[in-house]
Design a protein around this ligand. Structure first.
Ligand SMILES: NC(=O)c1ccc[n+]([C@@H]2O[C@H](COP(=O)([O-])OP(=O)(O)OC[C@H]3O[C@@H](n4cnc5c(N)ncnc54)[C@H](O)[C@@H]3O)[C@@H](O)[C@H]2O)c1
Length: 341
């Protein structure tokens, strides 16, 4: 299968590309390699995919990889011309959109970054899918669309009309626009509401990495909502297995069943106390955290928990990595990446 993975230098995009390549798919990865967090981590991930930094850094330059089925191009989703040209040239069967301006808190200071990447860029992809007859667009939504929903676990049947951050609003609008395009132009769209993904090569702006950094450097870590947070932490390996099943899944049957538009939760089906998560990081680093207890952050929610029944039923999704196993794998990688003994 010929697949476009956007955000291929990102955390989930890198893992997904690696998995798809191991299954002999032809993968084209794009990313604008923005500096929302350390670009060296993005280049290091690309390096794992066989792409070197010097060539990957040039906008618009096609970079072949040591892996024969992978190539990478640095492109902005907002660059409509470049996106159209790429789609015309490659004629993708499936597109997996993981490129986005991520982060809930950052959207309060930098709203335009979200509109540029998550709205303008996303519409460019929808249009390119439409005009080049892409069969299936799989795209990242987010658990943040549940906003202040207090019904647990979160179900895709719950109403999600009350986002409390611009990030969440941008992801919800992705789902709405996907519905329009599936309806009008007859291609399958699958939105995936990810729930706090963690694991090796993880994002430095997310809890696992921030906590590990603080504990290692013996600096206080910020613990929001005075530690009374719970999250459906999902191991990245489980996530990409699920995404891969959807990408490889049949779309013809969805067409017959009139189910071209779909949205799923993709989480671990379990909510873990933040204090237990921190304890696992402490154990694996062999050091205790200094906790700076803080109030709840604007735009944040106290508890997330994904009901993943639909994804299990429709695609045989099977998250099976416990937080103990997943945090160990994350810290093992973290130590190597940061040259720690
Ligand atoms: N990691 C999580 O816990 C989580 C949770 C919910 C949703 N998501 C969503 O999943 C997707 C992947 O997340 P991630 O954790 O891998 O994030 P990430 O930031 O590591 O990856 C996103 C990549 O997209 C690229 N990008 C951003 N804007 C772009 C643009 N306009 N054009 C081209 N490239 C662009 C970035 O450079 C980055 O490498 C995102 O859509 C995110 O919103 C992630």
């Amino acid at each position: 299968m010929k697949i476009l993975v956007t955000g291929a230098a990102g955390f989930i995009g890198y893992h997904l590309s690696e998995l798809l390549l191991s299954r002999d798919h032809q993968v084209v990865g794009i990313d604008n390699i923005n500096d929302y967090y350390d670009v060296n981590l993005k280049y290091a991930r690309l390096n794992q995919l066989g792409v070197d930094k010097e060539t990957a850094a040039v906008f618009g330059q096609e970079t072949t990889s040591q892996s024969k089925n992978f190539k990478f191009i640095r492109i902005n989703l907002e660059d409509r011309e470049a996106i159209n040209q790429l789609f015309q040239q490659e004629q993708f069967q499936v597109v997996c959109n993981l490129a986005a301006q991520a982060g809930v808190r950052y959207s309060i200071e930098n709203p335009h970054a979200y509109v540029d990447s998550n709205i303008v860029g996303y519409v460019n992809l929808l249009e390119a899918c439409r005009h080049t007859k892409v069969e299936h667009l799989v795209y990242a939504s987010s658990s943040s669309v549940y906003g202040l929903n207090s019904k647990i676990p979160f179900s895709t049947k719950d109403t999600v009309d009350t986002p409390i951050s611009l990030y969440a609003a941008s992801k919800k609008s992705n789902e709405l626009m996907a519905h329009t395009y599936s309806h009008l132009f007859g291609f399958a769209t699958t939105g995936l509401r990810f729930f706090t993904v963690y694991g090796p090569w993880g994002r430095p702006d997310m809890a696992a990495y921030l906590f590990a950094e603080g504990i290692r450097k013996e600096e206080p870590i910020k613990v929001f909502n005075h530690g009374k947070m719970e999250r459906d932490f999902t191991y990245v390996g489980d996530i990409v297995q699920g995404v891969m099943r959807i990408i490889e899944g049949e779309v013809a049957t969805r067409k017959e069943k009139n189910e071209l538009y779909k949205v799923y939760n993709i989480g671990n089906n379990n909510s873990v106390k933040l204090s237990d998560y921190i304890e696992n990081i402490e154990k694996n680093l062999g050091k205790k955290a200094q906790k700076n207890m803080m109030d709840m952050q604007p735009g944040d929610v106290a508890k997330t928990w994904a009901d993943v029944t639909e994804l299990i039923e429709d695609y045989g999704y099977s998250p099976n990595t416990t937080v103990e196993e997943g945090v160990k794998k994350f810290i093992d990688w973290y130590k190597i990446y940061n040259n720690l003994k």
